[in-house]
Design a protein around this ligand. Structure first.
Ligand code: NAP
Length: 307
């Protein structure tokens, strides 16, 4: 393949979990479509970029390790900032400073952070670069790939949105267009779900330990419980999926749970806080009557909270 035939160039700054998954997904998509392209990689540790590059290379996809992040501005399709939260704004400012007045940058620049909006890249926008956000709603671990059904929150200038959607075609993800200015609550919700599920599992595992001391047996039991609860949500929705004492209005059982949790204050607090949302769902579907709901709400600390 002649050197100049690698027309498509996407640059990725940061070769951690998210940068690695984008690089792998784009290379896989290009390879499948027999598209020739280059993935440009930059990491403060060049060895990390080189290692990732080696893993991508195939007859149609080349990897190039950049010596400095500013070189990314020569990309043709997009520059992805897959960097820690606190580094995104300074990096955008650094890239903007490197642009001489009047230099046209072809590629939109997108960051992958959940909280920040496109305006985090305002320094580049002021220099005429299209900017945006392409945030995977995905629990990333270094070395893992995007799965086919992952959604990505996208927002930004029209050129940046087009680039984001094109990348999603290569990596096989789905676009979720975000309303402007909603980053903090969108990201808080995503973190509550992904981190909260893990934390709940951990709490349940600790509480189960006395009853089921064997680790494998405990894991098998908890895995299936978690799986069936989540698959009920997917199939029936939250209201119909809810099970357990609160959903049935079983007050004595709830009292028993609260007594048992007195020795584990974090679990007690989680039970009370989540129990209030369970009670709302139970009321909405009519499985708990008004007077029972009032008593349950008191047990869960609703009145005490409002005083
Ligand atoms: N992990 C997730 O589940 C997830 C999901 C969605 C979105 N995100 C977002 O995606 C972004 C990247 O997250 P990640 O999970 O890929 O993080 P990560 O695995 O820690 O990777 C971050 C990369 O940035 C580089 N880096 C660290 N400090 C830097 C600095 N001061 N200047 C320049 N480069 C620096 C690191 O490599 P070197 O040390 O070699 O430079 C590393 O390759 C974050 O904004 C995160 O919020 C993460």
């Amino acid at each position: 393949v002649a050197a100049d035939s690698y027309r498509a160039r996407i640059a990725i700054l940061g070769c951690g979990a998210v940068g690695g998954a984008f690089a792998e997904g784009i290379a896989r998509g290009w390879k499948r479509a027999r598209r020739r392209g280059e993935v440009w990689l930059w990491s403060r540790h060049a060895s990390r970029a080189r290692k990732l590059g080696h893993a991508l290379a195939c007859p149609t996809v080349r990897a190039r390790v950049l010596g400095a992040p500013e070189e990314a501005l020569g990309a043709s399709e997009a520059v992805l900032l897959c960097l820690p939260d606190a580094v995104i704004v300074p990096m955008a400012e650094r890239l903007a400073r490197s642009l001489p007045r009047g230099r046209r940058v072809q590629a939109p620049v997108l960051h992958t952070n959940g909280l920040l909006g496109a305006e985090a890249l305002v320094a580049l926008r002021r220099k005429g670069v299209a900017v945006g956000k392409l945030h995977p709603l995905w629990a990333a671990n270094r070395g893992s790939s995007f799965l086919g059904e992952v959604s990505f929150g996208i927002e930004g200038d029209p050129g940046a949105e087009r680039a984001a959607r094109a990348i999603l075609r290569w990596v096989g993800g789905r676009a979720a267009a975000l309303q402007e200015g909603t980053g903090p609550e969108y990201h808080a919700a995503a973190s509550l779900l992904s981190g909260g599920l893990v934390a709940l599992y951990e709490l349940a595992d600790r509480l189960f330990r006395r009853a089921v001391p064997g680790r494998d047996a405990r894991r098998r039991a908890l895995d299936m419980l978690a799986k069936t609860a989540l698959s009920n949500v997917w199939v029936y929705g939250t209201k119909a999926a809810l099970t357990g004492a609160i959903s049935r209005g079983a007050e004595d059982t709830v009292r028993g749970h609260l007594r048992a949790l007195r020795r584990t204050p974090d679990a007690l607090e989680a039970y009370r806080v989540l129990g209030r949302t369970m009670l709302e769902l139970a009321r909405a579907r009519g499985s708990v009557d008004a007077s029972s709901a009032r008593r349950l709400a008191r047990l869960l600390g609703v009145r005490a909270r409002r005083r």
